[in-house]
Design a protein around this ligand. Structure first.
Ligand SMILES: [Zn+2]
Length: 249
């Protein structure tokens, strides 16, 4: 990943994720988080810990796509799961700890359907990088515990996605020490901003490349446009020969 691409992605990231508790400061942190994240490859990590680098690709090679859904679980998660099941598509759900705790039945269904979970903090603070260290530790470690508890015994969480993509050396290090690899994305159709299902579909069709990671949202507001777009995108991906994969871990 070239730095310029990373910066572009992260700038997009800082603008690309909304939730009820979000602040209007996302754009302010974009430049800082981008430069910090791209310069943070040499963090010390415990033995056996996942990579601290941000995953930007599907785990398997070839014509694969890793679908990711953020900010849930919530009222639209069931419809997303129904569609994924219809197309035998595996996905990763980046969950907010509070949402997981309040919707444990959905967390269990996500796991039962064969999907994976990602830690998206307790309550989605933005920008995350300005919080005291102890608060950032709590946001990541407590969310992991909340999601794990909601999922039940044996629940495994492998990834961490910072709210709004606001990755920093600090939150990446915290995540890695908790056994979580930072998870980015390569395609952001900005579905959270409700640009219309047609726009979501068009962006994904235009920007998806083999091995890509697609960001969409099953939580954080009315996601009927996301569901409608997914209804079109899943058969399109299948027709295009894409296989559904998990992110690189
Ligand atoms: Zn989010």
């Amino acid at each position: 990943m070239q730095n310029s691409s990373s910066v572009r992605l992260l700038r997009r990231a800082a603008l690309g994720c909304a939730v009820a508790v979000s602040f209007a400061l996302a754009g302010v942190g974009a430049g800082t988080s981008a430069s910090a994240a791209t310069g943070a490859g040499a963090q010390a990590a415990p033995v056996g810990a996942p990579s601290a680098s941000i995953a930007y690709s599907a785990a398997t090679y070839g014509r694969t796509v890793a679908l990711t859904f953020d900010d849930g679980p919530g009222p639209f998660t069931g419809q997303v799961l129904d569609l994924l099941a219809r197309y035998h598509a595996q996905a990763t759900f980046c969950q907010i700890g509070n949402q997981a705790a309040a919707n444990s039945t959905l967390v269990k269904r996500i796991l039962a359907d064969g999907h994976r979970l990602c830690d998206h903090t307790v309550d989605h603070p933005q920008p995350m990088g300005t919080l005291p260290h102890a608060t950032q530790v709590h946001e990541i470690t407590a969310a992991k515990e909340m999601i794990s508890k909601a999922g039940g015994p044996g629940t495994r969480i492998r990834w961490f996605r910072a709210p709004g993509g606001d990755f920093s050396p600090e939150n990446r290090r915290i995540a890695v020490q908790d056994g979580l690899r930072p998870l980015g994305w390569t395609v952001d159709p900005r579905d959270w901003s409700r640009p219309g299902a047609a726009s979501i579909v068009a962006t994904v069709k235009r920007e998806l490349r083999p091995g890509g990671v697609v960001l969409m949202h099953d939580g954080g507001g009315n996601r009927s446009q996301t569901v409608a777009a997914l209804r079109e995108l899943l058969p399109w991906m299948t027709r295009q020969g894409y296989r559904f994969s998990l992110p690189a871990s």
